[in-house]
Design a binder for this molecule. Structure first.
Ligand SMILES: [Zn+2]
Length: 483
């Protein structure tokens, strides 16, 4: 048994009592919270002891945040794009993430983890996006997750149809480019049996939520998948008791494609396929109307809001206020570093609260700070299918972030929830604990050699672009078709 005590700390438990403890102790045994004790409570029998004691004086303990949508290969790509259209952006991202070595996959996942840990994210869904990846790439990502100490979901990104949403719809490809498409063959889908084997093998080998790692089948987007692949994902999820993760209705053209392919909305189609359930989490979900919002609520589907990515790409403002009012569970994501060039969930929380306000005249329907914080904690817990994270309560996993209150943005402490959402940037993150293990201390990563990861990451993108120069040139020309 190993034990950790965080003593004399302010606590924002986000539990069912929704209280704020100005000073108390959190006792952790074998990765779980054993007790949360406010000083002066009736059962306060003096300070408990532990193998390790953290003095929490001047610190605020809050639940670790859940980043319910990221792409770890994007970690190398901060600052690579600006005003490109969604299709241009997808093509260039494809060229930058294709054909990586397992070591590049590993370093990128470590770099992504470093960014998340330093801003208080303790759990994430990695919608693993390298094309044509194999078991060796999955193994490399898993090694990174384990070494980072974070709690992770490996969402095995799969597809078996064309990316119709990023091909021009009102013109033929110019002859030269069509020939180039044949030659470069940038997005070749694997045969379905191979995809099934890859996914099932990853789940059998690595899915172990009690050891901080879950594995989900993760169709890239239903408009890029056949019904056979979607049904396969549904059946694998049922058989192994895991979740499903996907992108959904991120760009307007995807709504049109669904109508053309299925004669109904994509949400209706997913309902017919029996895909809608609390196991399903859908990133973006911007282009959706009220009947479909009610459908998602009825089936308990989790929507993962990525407000910064949506803003950077100009893809739209997701109707999050309407979803919350309809009873949809909402989680938050940063998306990959190429569409939102950091992994900070405090920014996502702030935008989740504020963004919808400019288009909603009825202030009773505005997302509150408390609701935005719930999205990054309880909502994220629902997305990853772990009911015992997202709050500081006896029996829960000990995923805890300590914020330094001795900083200007926390002075004075007027309202911890509002300041967490509207003031905090992630810069006050002092200590990060995952599963009872300390991964960050005094604002520095202690779980692994972060400086070594950065040094390895620095020259990597140049090497990848050199290796993928044909694909990169092709992607630039495809992107130019979407000014
Ligand atoms: Zn994404």
């Amino acid at each position: 048994m190993s034990s950790l005590l965080i003593r004399d700390v302010a606590i924002l438990p986000l539990d069912r009592h929704d209280r704020f403890i100005e000073r108390g102790d959190i006792s952790i045994v074998d990765g779980r919270i054993a007790s949360v004790r406010a000083h002066g409570e009736a059962h306060d029998h003096g300070a408990p002891t532990a193998d390790r004691v953290i003095d929490g004086c001047g610190l605020l303990a809050a639940p670790g945040l859940v980043n319910a949508h990221t792409h770890s290969p994007g970690a190398l790509l901060a600052g690579t794009m600006d005003t490109e259209s969604h299709p241009a952006f997808m093509w260039l991202n494809q060229a930058d993430t294709s054909g990586r070595t397992p070591h590049e996959v590993y370093v990128s996942a470590m770099l992504n983890a470093a960014q998340m840990l330093l801003s208080g994210v303790t759990t994430a869904i990695d919608h693993f996006p390298a094309q044509n990846f194999g078991p060796e790439d999955i193994a490399a990502a898993v090694r990174a997750y384990r070494e980072s100490g974070m709690r992770m979901v490996l969402a095995v990104r799969i597809f078996d149809d064309t990316f119709g949403d990023i091909f021009p719809r009102d013109m033929q490809l110019p002859a030269g480019l069509a020939a180039e498409l044949q030659r470069v063959a940038p997005l070749p889908p694997k045969p379905l049996p191979e995809t099934r084997e890859l996914t099932e093998d990853a789940i059998s080998r690595y899915h172990a939520p009690e050891r901080r790692l879950s594995v989900f089948p993760a169709p890239t987007n239903p408009v890029r998948c056949t019904d056979a692949l979607l049904e396969m994902s549904r059946d694998i999820a049922a058989r192994f008791g895991v979740g499903i993760h996907t992108h959904l209705l991120e760009s307007k053209v995807q709504t049109r494609l669904a109508q053309e392919r299925h004669g109904c909305t994509m949400v209706e189609h997913l309902e017919r396929l029996g895909m809608l359930s609390p196991k399903l989490s859908c990133a973006h979900t911007i282009w959706i109307d009220n009947p479909d919002i009610e459908r998602l609520a009825r089936h308990g589907v989790v929507v993962v809001h990525n407000p910064e990515s949506n803003l950077k790409l100009g893809t739209g403002i997701a109707p999050i206020g309407r979803m919350v009012a309809a009873g949809v569970t909402v989680a938050l994501g940063s998306d990959g570093n190429v569409t939102n060039d950091n992994q900070q969930l405090h920014e996502a929380m702030r935008l989740a609260a504020c963004l919808g306000r400019v288009v909603e005249p009825d202030r009773r329907r505005w997302v509150t700070a408390r609701q935005a914080l719930a999205m990054a904690t309880a909502g994220g817990a629902a997305a990853v299918g772990l009911p015992d994270i997202g709050r500081i309560e006896a029996g829960c996993r000990a995923d805890i972030v300590l914020y330094d209150l001795d900083r200007p943005e926390w002075t004075p402490v007027n309202d911890p929830v509002r300041q967490m959402v509207f003031s905090e940037t992630g810069a006050s993150v002092h200590t990060v604990v995952v599963d009872g293990r300390v991964l960050v201390e005094a604002g520095r990563i202690t779980a692994f050699d972060a400086a070594g990861v950065l040094a390895e990451a620095r020259p990597m993108l140049a090497a990848i672009r050199e290796r993928n120069r044909d694909l990169y040139a092709f992607a630039r020309r495809m992107g130019e078709l979407f000014p």
